[in-house]
Unconditional design. Structure first.
Length: 83
């Protein structure tokens, strides 16, 4: 097994996790804005969809955090093997 090519995989997984977390943050912000608007400017707006979106963003952020954590552990293990 070649170490240099193996190091690229955790870095790629780390980047994917960060990207997923950023998307989750953006999704949560959009849903939060819709919820806030429903309380002020659009009281007749249905809150079910933005609340579901907010919960999905929470789940996506949690999954992305796990990806980042796992990539970090794998990279640490690979560096320990190389040392």
């Amino acid at each position: 097994m070649e170490i240099s090519s193996s190091l690229a995989r955790p870095a790629s997984a780390f980047a994917s996790g960060v990207e997923g977390f950023q998307r989750a943050t953006q999704r949560a912000e959009e849903a939060s804005e819709q919820i806030a608007q429903a309380g002020t400017t659009k009281p007749e707006q249905d809150l079910v969809k933005p609340l579901v979106e907010l919960k999905q963003a929470e789940q996506q952020a949690g999954a992305s955090a796990k990806v980042i954590e796992t990539a970090d552990k794998v990279l640490g293990s690979l560096l320990d093997v190389r040392a």
